[in-house]
Write a protein that binds this ligand. Sequence first.
Ligand code: BES
Ligand code: MN
Ligand code: ZN
Length: 500
Amino acid sequence: MSHQLKITTKEISSLEVKLTKTYILLVQKGAKLNNNGQKIWNKTDYNFSKLAKLENFTGEKGQSINLLAPLKLKAHRVLVLGIGSKTDEQEINYKNIGGIIAKTISQFQDKNISIIFEDESNNQIAQLGAGLHLYLYSFDKYKTKKSKKASDRKSNNINYTFLVNNKTAVSKALKDEMAVVEGTLIARDLINEPSNMLGPVEFSKECLKLTNLGMDIKVLGEKELKKLGMGAFLAVGQGSSRPSKMVVMSWFGGKKNDAPIAIIGKGVVFDSGGISIKPANSMQDMKGDMGGAAAVVGLMHTIALRESKTNIIGIVGLCENMPDGDAYRPGDIIKSMSGQTIEVINTDAEGRLVLADVLWYAQDKFKPKFMINLATLTGAIMVGLGTEYAGLFSNDDVLANDLLEAGQISGEKLWRMPLDKAYDKMIDSQFADMKNTGGRFGGAITAAQFLQRFVNDVPWAHLDIAGTGFGVKKSNINQSWAPGFGVALLDSFLRKNFEK
Ligand code: BES
Ligand code: MN
Ligand code: ZN
């Protein structure tokens, strides 16, 4: 991790004994201290409601009172933080509150901080802990000169003490949530990493690290992929000097005969567009075209760290899309593992070619109960949904609705898009079974229709994360180019539906 932060939980009864430098009191809308908060505050000898009025503090989210050097409470600072209140539509977002705290504290450079909890659930407390980490993450390993700006000097070696009612329960919730943080930050690291450092081979080595967590990892090289008949996947990497790889990660924490869930990621380590080369502006962003695969690897870390009682197969298709004398070309007709032939119209519509073979392989080899794929697949989904929602396409309403709900719970939101025979027609080809683009109209949908031709009627969902995978707005829980979208989403999805 790029930052160092330790969270310790203590029973709130130890409140009187241990004094730290900084106290944080959380106050909801209405500006009333809770009992534990009041106990601390009483030692400051200030009148809270009067001070709150004078400071216009109402408990609205993000408001704060920063009280320094109170005489009787031997602390440096008491920070009263407004956290708003829940509405009919929305609970208080504690991940976000954690981010606000991390941001505020990094301006002060305080090192020992106690947060006083009272009414918050174990899960909410854990979410807050996650938010601290998610905010503090930064990708600066290639900067040889560290920034001197105080706000950039991400607080190192910070110790947080969470004062809570039930230490054991909170510790357990925190441990699970930290597994999600770790998976998310691994995904961020992979996406932020430049392509010269992270090719298919290097990426597959990152996957192999999961062996340490008790996971079974298989890396398949071009010879094996050829033997499997993966002509679509292999065509994409043909112009690259770096060989394509497919990695299969298996976690069997569930019942022995339970069919696994397959999670599949597009892992184009760099997408130049190939012979249908992309314009120069923003081409550098295409180092993130493995965002789907990064989310899969991150999620596999998370479920292993949580020792999830599920059976999950994670599969990533890793390759590089380059122009070259050996590259595939527009007009080429290639044969997929399914036997279906594809006319290449545009070599920049490469992600669907990778996924076509990986999806087919996943259902053929593992007979999963369903498949979910993540892919930075189309610019069209960014036009439609921007950077807030990822596009969800599915042939199964139950699966789709469960994913939509997980989006709401995790804050990694999804918006369902249509699939329809009429769109499917748009990728019929004059020369082969299908073509790899459907024209400008409905570009995200025709891409999804293409994928659907390779799922063989297995329940399936496709998440087009081109808009949410990288280059998103900075937020309280992400200051980095890559947010690691998909890890928290699928973790919530698995926990809610398969681990209760
Ligand atoms: N990786 C891109 C999609 C993308 C674009 C992701 C921008 C994130 C940001 C994908 O391989 C691609 O190039 N898609 C083309 C498809 C087209 C040629 C049919 C696109 O969306 O323009
Ligand atoms: Mn492309
Ligand atoms: Zn791409």
